[in-house]
Design a protein around this ligand. Structure first.
Ligand code: GLN
Length: 197
């Protein structure tokens, strides 16, 4: 089983660690470069991307993370983690930078103007039955590059068609929080991707 770290300077870390452990993965928290060095793959959790950015800089994790992601380490970002993985960001604040890797443009707090947080069932490519997705001040993907596969969009309502899950090689990201609840299919999808790479 692969060793998968969860970026743990900020965000909903425990839920990801527990979900990965349930799948039999060697999962642990990453706060320091030596912990990052142990990772075969990484999860960037939900939380607050501006704070994650600042803390990653403060704790000298920013550049090592950029290097590992560029070097091909499989990485899964949820919500704020999706923002961290995006090459381009709309509505970032305070000179906020991202780690990048995914050829997408994300819009922070994109659903905020309509409704802050909501839940719904959405189809995710390759997963069969819909996933019950929880969105909390979530971003959406405004634009994707050629090599990005769209895995899920909002099915109905004002935001219908908005992209909320993507994959590019061994990088993947969701706007929603698959670590909430006990449906572990999205994490399983990522673990399979890690095993293949
Ligand atoms: N709005 C947050 C941000 O911009 C993301 C919210 C979340 O991760 N639940 O980072």
């Amino acid at each position: 089983m692969p060793s998968i770290g969860v970026f743990a300077l900020q965000g909903d870390v425990r839920e990801h660690v527990h979900t990965l452990q349930r799948l039999g993965v060697d999962a642990f928290t990453v706060r320091r470069p030596d912990e990052l060095a142990r990772c075969d793959a990484l999860v960037l959790p939900g939380g607050e991307s501006t704070t994650m950015y600042k803390l990653a800089r403060t704790f000298d994790l920013f550049e090592p993370l950029v290097e590992r992601i560029r070097g091909g380490m499989p990485t899964f970002g949820t919500c704020a983690g999706m923002i961290m993985l995006a090459d381009r960001i709309e509505d970032g604040i305070d000179g906020q930078e991202t780690l990048g890797g995914l050829d997408i443009t994300v819009r922070r707090n994109a659903f905020g103007r309509q409704v802050d947080s909501f839940e719904g069932d959405i189809d995710v490519a390759g997963l069969g039955d819909p996933v019950h997705a929880v969105f909390i001040r979530a971003p959406w993907v405004e634009q994707v590059g050629e090599s990005v596969e769209v895995l899920a969009t909002i099915p109905a309502g004002e935001a219908a068609g908005r992209i909320v899950a993507v994959r590019q090689g061994s990088l993947m990201a969701t706007s929603f929080h698959p670590e909430v609840g006990d449906d572990d299919r999205i994490h399983r999808y990522f673990v399979d991707l890690v095993k293949q790479s």
